[in-house]
Design a protein around this ligand. Sequence first.
Ligand SMILES: CC(C)(COP(=O)(O)OP(=O)(O)OC[C@H]1O[C@@H](n2cnc3c(N)ncnc32)[C@H](O)[C@@H]1OP(=O)(O)O)[C@@H](O)C(=O)NCCC(=O)NCCS
Length: 185
Amino acid sequence: MPQTTLTLRDGRPLHVRRLERTDADAFGCFLEKLGTTTRSFFGPHPLTAPEAARLCAAQPERDALRLVVAEPGGRIVAYFILELGLRAEDAQRLAARGQPLDPATAVTLAPVVADDYQNTGVAGAAFPSVVEEARATGRTHLVLMGGTQERNARAVRFYLREGFTPHGRFEYPPGTWNIDMTRTV
Ligand SMILES: CC(C)(COP(=O)(O)OP(=O)(O)OC[C@H]1O[C@@H](n2cnc3c(N)ncnc32)[C@H](O)[C@@H]1OP(=O)(O)O)[C@@H](O)C(=O)NCCC(=O)NCCS
């Protein structure tokens, strides 16, 4: 993927690109600084510097694409995981609702934006690059990893705006309600 330049609503330029092997420090800093509320919505892997180093050393991966949005100075401000296929629990819920999806056609998505960049439009500005990367895999569907929490109003609004369809709610863990959403790419 070539690096793409975005312009935020306030005019600031940012770059979207794949996570690189040399990103360990910047990526570790990004993960470590995610706040408590953000962590309560996003937890696909440990949000730590050692995990950042492990993931960077693993690039490129066979089964996942990782995109980052970075300031011109190098600070990472957003991260999108695109896993090829479906996680077993996501596949089971979709199938149980009569909407089975072939894992070979799916890309599983999990996005997160740095606390001080949330609600600036950064994820929306980067989303065409995310869709383009998903499409380039030859797969046809984007699926939210573990759905999205119902109480996460910003994320729900974001996904609806970006063309996702809600499919149904489920309770996990007990007391937390989530919504499964997918879209075609
Ligand atoms: C969800 C997330 C990825 C969205 O990225 P973002 O860059 O903040 O999103 P954008 O600014 O492009 O869009 C947010 C939209 O939500 C709206 N919004 C913000 N707060 C809201 C609220 N409390 N209720 C409803 N809508 C809200 C904004 O107005 C905007 O919509 P609009 O542009 O149509 O007006 C980001 O906020 C984030 O990382 N959140 C914490 C982690 C997380 O929730 N990850 C997803 C897990 S499923």
